[in-house]
Design a protein around this ligand. Sequence first.
Ligand code: GAP
Length: 448
Amino acid sequence: MPAKVDMDKIVSLCKRRGFVFPSSEIYGGLASCWDYGPMGVELKRNVRDAWWKAVVHERDDVVGLDTSIMMHPRVWVASGHVDGFTDPLVECKSCHLRWRADELEKQRCPQCDGELTEPRMFNLMFKTFMGPVEEEASTVYLRPETAQGIFVNFENVITTSRKKLPMGIAQTGKSFRNEITTGNFIFRTREFEQLELEYFVKPGTDGEWFDYWVKERFDWYVKLGIRKGNLRLRQHRKDELAHYAKACYDIDYLFPMGWSELEGIANRGDFDLTQHAKSSGKELSYYDAEANEKYVPYVIEPAAGVDRSVLAFLIDAYDEEEVEGEKRTVVRLHSALAPIKVAVLPLSRNEKLTPMAKAVYRQLCPSLVTDYDDSQSIGRRYRRQDEIGTPFCVTVDFESLEDKQVTIRDRDSLAQIRVPIDELNKILEAKLKGEAFDASSLWATRQK
Ligand code: GAP
């Protein structure tokens, strides 16, 4: 990675290669809203799937859930969001721009140096109306976190999943916050997607589970390719803890604008279950058969964001290098995250090559996300695949027609091997899994 990746380069790559577009662009865009293009939607899905695999499928103590975005309004009173989910807002008396008071370095407008109003608390929840009547009684909120859908279903899940504590419930989905200041591309937006786990434990064991999840989650980013040196753990000071948290660590990433939160891991104690039990009148406790005791579980919550993770993975993977006197931009995404795993590129669009290249494409498609591209020069097509992070390109040339072999080009080393078409799937699948495949004798020379 170049010493410092500039956000403009990432925004430009995302637009140019179909990762992220400004929302409603033909109407001039909508502030802080973004659309994921063909590459972005695959990357985002891969991030979400990698999280689900690590947090749900590879464990026997976590189950999934998918709850509605609109919930009973009393949920947000009980959770403390109606009263407490606020930021201090100030407005410039000259240019009328609004700012978060706690983020300002001086008490003047950063835009025009105008005088600011006194701070007032601004609730970040989006309100809307359910049904055809716009009146107070029909007000509902768009959820500002997915977590509450998990807490209000605690009893349903415990009963139906037959899990014993410690156990977790995971959910991914959209959340909405009417943030006062947005920015830094997809880092802070008003509509975003979360990856949340609520891990329920016996009170008294929460400290060790908190440490366990901080480590698990830190290691997840490292396993998926983020450099350790670009990650750090930061403990929240008492005065910055959320209203529900007993303790919290952020996993920060070194974004172009500086160290910023990628994920938070909080010890929520028994705050949420206790609040919902009081407010709904339903008992939300757990009967521990082994110890023959009943208690309200404590909750450890690792809460990440899909969009922020996508941004961090792209930034960390972005690289520029010189190859034979030319600049090469390459996005070295982990193969599990790469939107396209393999691209089939006939040397040229030629009536003899096309049928074989299409047959290779069809052979790979069912098991690997495969792209087919026969337009422009082979060099330009390699550049495009490098920029979208495709780990392997398969080239079909005139020799292939004779020897039924194709060339695999490795994105990172640029090394090439010639392999029989019959063995292509097996070789690519092994390489994508990072398994050692003894093809050393097949590697040819490094080529642009
Ligand atoms: N349930 C706890 C919770 O929501 P949070 O720290 O407010 O905690 C968790 O949010 C994660 O959600 C953040 O670490 C971040 O990745 C993502 N996130 C929060 N607000 C966001 C925003 N406005 N835009 C993009 N991502 C956001």
